[in-house]
Design a protein around this ligand. Sequence first.
Ligand code: BGP
Length: 487
Amino acid sequence: MNSFPKDFLWGGATAANQCEGAYNVGGKGLSIMDVATGGTKSTPRYVTLKNKEGNKEKVPMFDFHDLNGGQLEVFNDEFYPNHEAIDFYHHYKEDIKLFAEMGFKCFRMSIAWTRIFPNGNDEEPNEEGLKFYDNVFDELLKYNIQPVVTISHYETPLNLTHEWNSWVDRRNVDCYVKYCKVLFERYKDKVKYWMTFNEINGIEFSPYLEAGVISNNKQEVMQAVHHQFVASAKAVTLCHEIIPDAMIGMMIAYAPIYPYSCNPDDIIMAKIDMRSINFYCDVMCRGYYPSYKLKEFEREGIVIHKEKGDDDILRLGTVDYIGFSYYQSGTVGTQELESSSGNMMSGLKNPYLKESEWGWPIDAMGLRISLNNLYDRYQKPLFIVENGLGAVDQKENDGIHDVYRIDYLEKHMKAMKDAINLDGVDLMGYTPWGCIDLISASTGEMAKRYGMIYVDKHDDNTGDLHREKKDSFEWYKNVIESNGLNI
Ligand code: BGP
C-alpha cells in the first residue's frame, strides 16, 4: 500500500539553545552558545572573549581556533540572540498545546546540559533544571506526544571548554556519561527516544559549535571525535540497562555527495568525500573504525589515543537507529566551477537544483537517495529528525502564506513515501526542523524562519513573542491526520 507506517512518528524538532532562552535562569550555567552574537546571511556570528590584555575581542564563530590566553565571556554591550531566543522556557505550555493541535505524535527537543550540570563537572545535578524538563515532558505526555531527546545539541558547558578544551580531554567522557545517567534515571518513565550527539560529524566543519572544541588541529579534533564515540557507546549501553524499552540513536548531518560528471575522477572524489559522513555512521552502527579511516590516519600521522577496553565499548554500544538531518545534497568534481554553500558543507553548484534564500541547494530526491544509502549500508531504522526550508516570511493582513514551505515539505514527504513504499526503507518518523520559529544556528538570525508557527521576534530584538499559525500549520495538521495519504 502506498502509505506511511501506522505508528509513524510525525512531529517537529528544536534544540534548547535555539528556543528556550532563560539563559541564566533556574541555576543554568553558560554554554558555548551563550557567548555567540547574531550574524546575517553575509556577516558571521562572533564569539566574544576577554583577551589576555583584558580587552573585549570578537572572533568569527566558524573560524575560532585559538583562545590565545583569553576567556570567553558575556558582555553587557553585546546582543546574544540565544539568551532570550523565543523564550520557550516560559511559553512551553502554549507551544506544546499548538503542537498537539497539529497532531504531533512526537517532539524532538534537547536538554540544555548546563541546566542540569551548570559547569559540566559539578558534583550534584541542579534540581531546578531537572524539574523544568519534568514539567515539559509531563506537558507533552498529557497530549500523548512522545519526547525525542537529544542529549547534546551544540550546548557544551562553557566551563568544560575553558577547563580542558572539552572533548579533546578524556575527562569529558566521564562528565557526559554522568549527565546521561542522571537523565536516564530521572526520565526513564517519560522518555523512550534518545539521541547522543546532534550532527556528530559537524565537528569537522565547526569544532567549537558541535563540541566546544577550540582547535583546527586534526590530531586534536579526531581525538575529540574518539572521545565522543566512546561517550556515545557508553550512553547507549547505559540507556539499555536503565530503560530497556527505550531506543537510543546517533544523529548525523547527512548529504549525499554527487559526482559532477561521469568522469571516474569525479566519481572517486565523491566516494572519498562521502567518507566524512560514512565514517561516523560506520563506527556508531558497526562498532569499529573502518579501514579507509585507519589508512587515512596512518598516511597523515594521526594517532588516536585509545584506552584499554575502548574497542569493546564501541562494539557493545552500537546505536538502535540512525537519526539524521537532511537539508541538501552536495556536488563535487575536478572542474573549476561556481560553488554553493549549505548546512555544514560547501561544494559545486548543481545546475539541476534551485537554492534557498540562504543558498542551500533544494533537492527532495536527494532525501530518497539518502534514505536508500543509509538503509542499504546499515539496515537500521531511520529517523529524519531535521529537514525544512529556512525562509523570510511576510506577515500579510490576513496571515502568513508560506506556500513555498508547504511545497518544500510536500516534495520531501513524497520522497520519503517513495523510499518506504518503492524501496522498502524502514523509516520511523519525521520531525521537520524548527516547527516553531527559532534562532538559526549558523547565522543567529530570527529572519531565517523554518516554522509552521510564527513567533513575533526580530533580529533587532523587538517583538512581543506572540505565536501565530502560518498556512503550513493547517496543511501539516491535515498531513498528520491523514497519515500522509494525500502526499
Ligand atoms: C542543523 C542544526 C540545527 C539547525 C539546522 C538549521 O545543522 O542541527 O540546530 O539550526 O541545522 O540550520 P540553521 O539554523 O543554520 O539554518
